[in-house]
Design a protein around this ligand. Structure first.
Ligand code: DCP
Ligand code: MG
Length: 378
């Protein structure tokens, strides 16, 4: 005899209503990242650059230039050149490379074309930086179908835009991202659920997005070198060293990552301002306030997985006269020290000695990130 759920509940028997049945099929997440993006866009537009060592970034000025490498072609990487390296060092490594300044507006347009190609497939899309995005393709049902889609996407991007990309497919965002990176350029790597741990286990901890040089060194000091080492480590000792974020980190090492592919609503700026209880001209207090505001907006930035290029400082003097000054940095950043330095310098430019009622900082011109975010290190 079938019992009604109410009746079973009274008897302490749990029944599963059809609409409460747990979905157990694994998610299928696709992560796409363009290969040597800025350099590839330049090479596509100027075919004479193809096959050459091309470096995008600051002017090397025959080795005396300041600033850094934004990116470089894979031919230039063969000389040891990397993103974020001082341009003077890149010049020493490969003086005959072709050094070009970045053309951001061009890259932003190409990025929009890439995202439109991805969006056309109708799956939830999360753009995470100028050249990378996640798609949740779980509805396709199988990894084979997802791999077919990946091949089609790669073909479309190559045919329409003349650019190559690398794609990772996995049951989680983190693993899809790691997978897209391991066979660059032009890679396509699928990690099915049953291979998740064997895929992650032997990798160096640095492969986990969010683990930078500093955290890596500390983990090495604790004898943790591989993702398997991290997964097996005593959780209490990890928390004692890194705080609560160690729990999420260890979950990732164990292949657990519940984060979803979220479509963004397009944050345009983040800002913080503070009004003094009494108008002040105390330079020490003003400098400390700038630092605190900078740290706060950077925290907001990292919460949103964003990098910014433009810092704006707002000063309201007594009498409500307001002045603002903005500076666009040569590269994207989420680094509090960089924002503090820039904000202090902007403040010096507009501070005229009068008493101040309000101070504010706004960050804008975003490039989303996530891999480069050093969550444990901020
Ligand atoms: N970028 C930058 N400064 C950095 C890193 C990156 O300005 N420190 C810019 C230039 C890159 C673009 O962002 O072309 C995308 O960053 P990626 O990390 O995806 O690097 P690439 O696409 O250049 O190379 P890869 O093939 O390794 O993805
Ligand atoms: Mg890339």
């Amino acid at each position: 005899m079938t019992q009604s759920p109410e009746c079973n509940q009274r008897r302490g028997i749990k029944t599963l209503e059809p609409d409460t049945v747990q979905e157990t099929s694994p998610r299928i997440i696709l992560h796409l990242d363009m290969d040597s993006f800025y350099a590839s866009v330049e090479m596509q537009e100027r075919p004479e650059l193809k096959g050459k060592a091309v470096v995008i970034g600051a002017d090397p000025k025959q080795g005396k230039g300041r600033g850094v490498v934004a990116t470089c072609s894979y031919e230039a990487r063969a000389f040891g050149i990397r993103s974020a390296m001082p341009i003077s060092q890149a010049f020493v490594l490969c003086p005959h490379a072709i050094f070009l300044p970045p053309d951001f507006s061009r890259y932003v347009k190409v990025s929009a074309d890439i995202m439109a190609i991805l969006k056309a497939h109708g799956f939830p899309l999360q753009q995470v930086s100028i050249d990378e995005a996640f798609l949740d393709v779980s509805q396709l049902g199988t990894f084979a179908a997802a791999a077919n889609l990946a091949v089609r996407i790669k073909d479309t991007i190559l045919t329409r835009l003349g650019l190559t990309c690398s794609i990772g497919i996995a049951p989680t965002k983190v693993v899809a991202k790691i997978a897209s990176d391991i066979h660059k350029p032009g890679g396509l790597t699928a990690v099915e659920p049953e291979n998740l741990f064997s895929f992650l286990a032997p990798m160096p901890v640095r492969k986990i997005p969010g683990i930078g040089k500093k955290t890596e060194t500390e983990l090495f000091g604790m004898g943790i070198r591989t993702i398997q080492d991290l997964a097996a480590y005593d959780t209490r000792l990890l928390i004692a060293r890194f705080g609560r974020s160690a729990i999420a980190l260890q979950e990732i090492a164990a292949g657990i990552d519940r984060s979803e592919v979220k479509e963004r609503d397009g944050v345009k700026s983040v800002s913080r301002e503070t009004t003094f209880t009494e108008n002040t001209g105390d330079e020490q207090l003003l400098a400390a306030t700038i630092d605190a505001l900078a740290d706060e907006v950077c925290r907001n930035l990292s919460d949103e997985s964003l990098h910014c290029r433009t810092v704006t400082v707002k000063v309201r003097y007594e009498g409500f006269i307001t002045r603002t000054k903005a500076r666009t940095l040569p590269h994207f950043t989420a680094d509090p020290a960089t924002v503090r330095t820039c904000a202090r310098s902007l403040f010096c430019d507009i501070f005229d000695g009068r008493k101040i009622r309000l101070l504010g900082i706004r960050l804008s011109s975003f490039d989303t990130c996530d891999s480069r975010q050093m969550k444990l290190e901020v």
